[in-house]
Design a protein around this ligand. Structure first.
Ligand code: MN
Ligand code: MN
Length: 304
């Protein structure tokens, strides 16, 4: 049987990958203790656009025991990077719906040295052991054993994931702990590997609210403004995650936020809750997106 031609897809994925990796290089250059969070997210998201892509999700800046899904929301009071912060910066781009997703940890806290190294090394080892048609279970075993070799804990309930066009979390999880998932990383599969490590117990708790949303379906609403928000979520974002900040051009902050809250209640939008490490341990994360080609893995988000 002929091999399916994946070269066009690979090209799109590399365009998205390059934008996100350049965004993280920018983030690493500018992030510092005392930096306004809004400045960081705006500059890094702008870098993605400067590369001819759109963000595939709002820049996540998750600090200390906040593990993931934090960003700046329209009604947040001004906030800065605290002293001794452990800062996870998670960036994604898309080009014609082809997605990249990549993260680094920048630590200003020496107590986080081991988790940062464990997470970085777990990602590096996982990638260097990747082979065509490898199972998720084999891949996860590499991730967990590297993390354990640093005597720190993986986070059990945060995982890597497969990625499809316009679909960031496409259904198959790639856990950071051993499992029996037989899903094969075959040619054409796109996936993110993201080892999360912590000084805590490794369990996640959800915060009460979220700052990142995505469109699910159109619903009837008595409020006309809600139509514009649904248009944005479903037509413009095509179901990809977004921030209320990105809607500040269509209405007042309070109007935008109220509409989003209402549409979450109506089931039109999904709300990603901010995720915390339950025992308040520090959390580190590194992430790359990988495209499995016929000849083996291609890391689309490599930073040169
Ligand atoms: Mn990510
Ligand atoms: Mn991811």
């Amino acid at each position: 049987m002929d091999e399916v031609d994946l070269s066009q897809i690979e090209k799109e994925l590399l365009t998205a990958g390059r934008a996100a990796s350049k965004a993280l290089i920018k983030a690493q250059e500018i992030v510092h203790e005392g930096m306004p969070l809004l400045e960081l997210v705006e500059k890094v998201e702008a870098e993605i656009k400067a590369c001819g892509c759109e963000p595939s999700f709002p820049l996540n800046v998750s600090i200390n025991h906040i593990a993931a899904h934090d960003t700046v929301s329209l009604l947040d009071p001004p906030q800065t990077i605290p002293k001794f912060a452990v800062v996870k910066i998670d960036a994604g781009a898309h080009h014609n719906g082809y997605i990249s997703d990549t993260a680094i940890t920048v630590s200003f806290n020496r107590e986080a040295e081991k988790i940062v190294e464990a997470s970085r090394k777990a990602l590096e080892n996982a990638i260097s052991n990747l082979k065509v048609n490898m199972t998720v279970s084999q891949l996860s075993a590499h991730i967990e054993s590297t993390i354990r070799s640093y005597s720190v804990n993986p986070i059990y309930d945060l995982t890597g994931h497969t990625i499809e066009r316009y679909n960031l979390h496409a259904g198959v999880s790639i856990p950071n702990v051993s499992n029996r998932l037989g899903f094969k990383l075959s040619p054409g599969v796109v996936f993110a590997i993201e080892p999360f490590t912590t000084t805590g117990s490794g369990e996640i708790a959800e915060d009460t609210t979220g700052k990142i949303f995505r469109g699910i379906k159109r619903v009837r609403s008595p409020i006309r403004f809600d139509e514009r928000v649904m248009d944005y979520a479903l037509r413009e974002r095509k179901g990809l995650p977004f921030s209320d900040r990105w809607l500040s051009n269509i209405g007042q902050a309070q109007e935008v936020v109220s509409s989003i809250r209402r549409l979450v209640r109506f089931g039109a939008l999904y709300e990603y809750k901010v995720l915390l490490e339950r025992s308040k341990g520090l959390v580190a994360q590194f992430e790359h997106t990988i495209f499995m080609s016929h000849d083996g893995p291609i890391v689309t988000t490599l930073r040169e």
